[in-house]
Ligand binder design. Structure first.
Ligand code: CDT
Length: 322
């Protein structure tokens, strides 16, 4: 029996700062209903999907930051998503800001940029905490907007766990999650690839303008597609990349949500920068022809020659020849 899963890339348009969780969840529920009508088994929502992208602002008071975080998942405002999953029999992947309350052993609350996957029973089956946090930790007033992920989040402490889940027809598949900037790093895909991942779920918030490198702005769609298409092909995996898009609090964010086949080809795409669903029927067994030939890792990888990847963090340029 083929292992097909119909997946919806549930792109969101902008979320204003004053929008409540309840208002946002109503939009997510509308997309879940659309997805069900399109026969989806699984919908993927963006990174930090419940609020505006708050790292664009510098806040003095930690309480202002914490207002964007969820202390429980599900909580009172997000429970309807879990109820809808069960009622509609549709899974979802959701990005949100996770606050882990201080306990006896650890005196401080912990803050993560997190994604969860919920199955068709409405049960959380996997959690990922973002590892590659872009931007900066200190206020940089010269920027038109901030990118303070390094200030507001800790580096994720769960690694890149792949997990088995069954959303479609036939036997279970192997899934993984990554969040936004993670998608630009080949290590993300390879760690998941080494666990046999067959579909990688990625939400993102990507401003068109990158203040330290404005010369990249015109290439933002190209780079978005380049990294996800390469990650898919080089690991023989489906990749579902989903944006929070449009003009949010004065900052233009890319849309360009895409569903990429293990061949590296784009098979589904959003065309607006608003709330939109792109759908593709994905056969997980299509991964096999890549995983057993060109990217048969057991046969062709040479990890002895890759040690520098884990032993060295930054590039060490060679001395110029005299
Ligand atoms: N959210 C996120 O990770 N965005 C980054 C912006 C990088 S510019 C500091 C991204 O890689 O898309």
């Amino acid at each position: 029996m083929p292992r097909t899963i119909t997946v919806g890339a549930a792109q969101l348009g902008p979320i204003a700062r004053e929008h409540s969780r309840t208002q946002v969840v109503a939009r997510l529920l509308a997309l879940m209903h659309d997805a069900k009508a399109c026969g989806c088994d699984l919908v993927v929502f963006p990174e930090l999907a419940l609020t505006t992208f708050f790292p664009r602002w510098y806040f003095e008071a930690q309480s202002d930051v914490d207002a964007f975080f969820e202390r429980a998942m599900p909580g009172p405002e997000t429970q309807p998503l879990f109820d809808a999953a069960r009622r509609l029999s549709i899974g979802f992947c959701l990005g949100y800001a996770e606050l882990v309350e201080a306990d006896g052993a650890c005196g401080q609350a912990r803050h993560f940029n997190t994604a969860i996957t919920v199955d068709k029973r409405g049960v959380i089956v996997a959690r990922y905490r973002k590892i590659h946090l872009p931007g900066h930790a200190e206020h940089e007033p010269w920027r038109r907007f901030q990118h303070l992920e390094k200030r507001y989040f800790e580096v994720g402490d769960l690694g890149f766990p792949a997990f088995r889940a069954n959303f479609g027809e036939g036997k279970a598949g192997t899934f993984g999650m990554a969040i936004c900037n993670d998608r630009r790093w080949p290590e993300t895909y390879r760690i998941l690839g080494l666990q046999g991942v067959e579909m990688i779920l990625i939400g993102y918030n990507t401003p068109v303008h990158n203040p330290p490198a404005p010369e990249h702005d015109a290439l933002s769609h190209f780079h978005n597609q380049l990294v996800m298409q390469a990650g898919a092909y080089q690991n023989g995996s489906w990749v579902v990349g989903v944006a929070k898009a449009g003009l949010e609090e004065g900052v233009e964010q890319i849309g360009n949500s895409i569903i990429v086949a293990p061949s590296g080809e784009i098979v589904g795409a959003c065309t607006t920068t608003g709330d939109e669903l792109a759908v593709a029927r994905c056969d997980l067994d299509l991964t096999a022809s890549y995983k057993t030939t060109t990217f048969n890792f057991a046969r062709h990888r040479e990890p002895e020659h890759y040690r520098m990847i884990v032993e060295r963090k930054g590039a060490v340029p060679l001395d110029d020849a005299e």
